[in-house]
Design a protein around this ligand. Structure first.
Ligand code: HAM
Length: 427
């Protein structure tokens, strides 16, 4: 083993046994997104480093220490995307999608962050992200939340709770930040090293601290909610009343600030206590200033992203059952002419029954060894062809999962017979 090459730490292979649950999650999300009128956008995995520095913020954890940044052969500084919002905004500005238009968009794909890997935290991980441009009212914030609640319902996920906060406008937050820094400076000795460092770089992140002493100190600190401007307050109230009307439960968490700089007004996280420390499965909020900041026309925006590994871990915890991907039929054929016939029958079946999963045995071998493989494939039936069957123009259909007799079926009758076996029509 020591000489064989391994995947990079924190970057996982997703093996064939695991892909059915991934496909179930992706298909379900795609269906729900399209039922709300969201359209897919695909962006490159690599962007100019400057894009992430400017949008996520120079003094965030992501930009300070987690980006995979490299020089390409032209000497340009490029970065593997740590998230999708910045790229999505860049693409929309570049292609004129945010000039007085409403866009409801989604994307999926791998993101890259050089974090310390642990359960639920990886260096390559998958997100499904959603971004809406051109709508400033609280109704779209509510639509996003209601849609995520529908995701959980359709996926069969329980045990996720919604946390909400409003960050107010940039001005409100700047005033709050000044008051918070003043308070924390007066109590500098009580801050741990991390918070002392953050006081200089990104003081709002101190609110996120897991240290109970810091949380106690923050109990007496100025509260963000006292600094929120009236418009943002009204926006938040209207948003909450829509959630109440739709019956979506939430908790208001005044310490929720998020780790990326572009947010203002509504922020939210869906969290679970079933995944240990990495319990946030979905997070996002408003970022009304970002499009203009990156060179586009002023355009309100709101969105979120879900971590697929975490959603899948949660589903696996709940022992959900996923649609099978095993073959329906495994074709066992003995002898040259039977093998050729088997190939052609498989093709004809695929022509007439597009839903059917047929696997043809390749590589010859005895009936016994072929049946072993048929059994291992998980197929429900073996379709058996020997030289005699070729002469008679019929195949044997042998149940592999129950004790019952093999039946003989004429080649020409196979599509109808197989469709009946699985309770389908032939078209
Ligand atoms: P984020 O909070 O950085 O936000 O990431 C969103 C979600 O991605 C997290 O809640 C988590 O489920 C998943 N995630 C993040 N890092 C990792 C990791 N290292 N390993 C596994 N999963 C991870 C954003 O990325 C924003 N772009 C969301 C957004 C979209 N805001 C507005 N629009």
């Amino acid at each position: 083993m020591s000489n064989t090459l391994q995947a990079i730490r924190g970057m996982n292979d997703i093996l064939p046994d695991q892909t059915p649950v991934w496909q179930f999650v992706e298909d379900t999300l795609r269906e729900v997104l399209s039922s709300y009128g969201y359209r897919e956008i695909r962006m490159p995995v690599v962007e100019k480093t400057e894009l992430f520095k400017r949008s996520i913020g120079e003094v965030t954890d992501i930009v300070e220490k987690e980006m995979y940044t490299f020089e390409d052969r032209n000497g340009d500084s490029l970065t593997l995307r740590p998230e999708g919002t910045a790229s999505c905004v860049r693409a929309c500005i570049q292609h004129g999608l945010v000039n007085n238009q409403v866009q409801r968009l989604w994307y999926t794909g791998p993101m890259f962050r050089h974090e310390r890997p642990q359960k639920g935290r990886y260096r390559q991980f998958y997100q499904v992200g959603v971004e809406v441009f051109g709508l400033e009212g609280p109704d779209i914030d509510a639509e996003l939340i209601i849609m995520t609640a529908r995701f959980w319902k359709r996926l069969g996920l329980g045990d996720v709770t919604l946390q909400l906060n409003s960050l107010g406008t940039v001005e409100a937050r700047t005033r709050f930040k000044a008051a918070l820094v003043e308070y924390l400076k007066a109590n500098f000795e009580q801050l741990d090293d991390d918070s002392q460092r953050r006081l200089e770089t990104n003081p709002l992140r101190i609110l996120d601290s897991k240290n109970p002493d810091i949380q106690a100190l923050l109990g007496e600190a100025p509260q963000l909610s006292d600094y929120i401007d009236d418009d943002s307050k009204a926006h938040f109230e209207a948003f909450l009343s829509l959630l109440d009307a739709a019956g979506v439960a939430y908790e208001i968490n005044p310490r929720l600030v998020r780790g990326l700089d572009y947010y203002g007004r509504t922020v939210f996280e869906w969290v679970t206590d079933q995944l240990g420390a990495q319990g946030t499965v979905c997070a996002g909020g408003r970022y009304d200033a970002l499009v203009e900041y990156l060179g586009g026309r002023a355009t309100p925006a709101v969105g979120f992203a879900m971590g697929l590994e975490r959603l899948i871990a949660l589903l696996e915890n709940q022992q959900a059952v996923f649609p099978a991907a095993e073959p329906h039929l495994y074709i066992v054929a003995m002898g040259d002419s039977a093998q050729r016939e088997g190939f052609l029958i498989a093709e004809r079946l695929r022509d007439s029954l597009p839903w059917l999963r047929v696997q043809t045995h390749c590589g010859g071998g005895s009936f016994k060894s072929q049946f072993k493989k048929a059994d291992r494939s998980g197929a429900q039936y073996a379709l058996v062809i020997g030289e005699d069957e070729v002469v008679r123009g019929e195949a044997g259909i042998k149940p592999l999962r129950e004790r019952s007799e093999q039946q003989s079926v004429l080649f020409d009758d196979l599509p109808v017979h197989v469709a009946q076996l699985f309770g389908h029509g032939t078209d």
